[in-house]
Design a protein around this ligand. Structure first.
Ligand SMILES: C[S@@+](CC[C@H](N)C(=O)[O-])C[C@H]1O[C@@H](n2cnc3c(N)ncnc32)[C@H](O)[C@@H]1O
Length: 185
């Protein structure tokens, strides 16, 4: 968890400000783990409420070891495949899509499309020809070994998001390790 959190110390601000998200007053970080990215988002958008949804065991561990006395973010235990998502104006999916086979990712994106107005997908995105960046290639290798998924170029996320029903899809290459795609209905 600490290792994953450190990504958002380095890249969190670039992700939070890749788009102006101030119109979204309630934001849920789906599979948000210990809340590292949600805390960066809460700092960037102090008028918005931030909630992290993750599996019960992860939320338990987070509340024991990662919660801060001045935390403004809330945590909720749940399964994003099995249960309804908490209501929100915007959902964040950071390093979630790359874990799963396409049909599962699509199931989640369709659920999010039915529930809200927007989704921010955050991943280390490959070049369109898949020949870099080296970090995204290495992450993809790691995903192929450890999960059902892999890394993709922006066009793949755009295609999945439009298949799920989103119409307005914008990609932001941050120039750092992680990039963002904002999709609206
Ligand atoms: C690769 S980690 C990404 C964590 C965080 N979004 C980040 O970027 O630091 C994937 C997260 O998804 C959570 N997760 C996996 N399956 C889940 C499910 N069915 N429901 C809720 N959370 C889930 C894991 O517990 C984990 O925290």
């Amino acid at each position: 968890m600490c290792l994953m959190d450190s990504s958002w110390v380095i890249d969190g601000h670039d992700i939070a400000t890749a788009f102006d998200l101030s119109r979204f007053k309630s934001i849920v970080d789906v599979g948000g783990c210990s809340g590292a990215l949600a805390r960066v988002m809460a700092k960037a958008y102090p008028a918005s409420t931030l909630m992290v949804l993750d599996l019960p065991k992860v939320i338990q561990m987070t509340q024991k070891h990662f919660c801060q006395s001045d935390d403004t973010i809330k945590f909720q235990a749940g399964d994003f495949f099995e249960e309804d998502l908490p209501a929100a104006d915007l959902y964040i999916l950071a390093r979630i899509i790359h874990d799963w086979k396409e049909e599962k990712s699509l199931m989640l994106l369709k659920k999010i499309h039915a529930a809200c107005g927007g989704v921010l997908v955050v991943e280390a995105m490959l070049f369109e020809n898949h020949r870099g960046p080296i970090m995204a290639q290495l992450f993809s290798l790691n995903m192929l070994v450890q999960t059902e998924g892999k890394e993709h170029p922006p066009s793949h996320y755009t295609h999945m998001l439009t298949t799920a029903g989103f119409t307005d899809v914008q990609v932001c290459r941050t120039g750092k390790t992680y990039d963002a795609v904002l999709a609206l209905k």
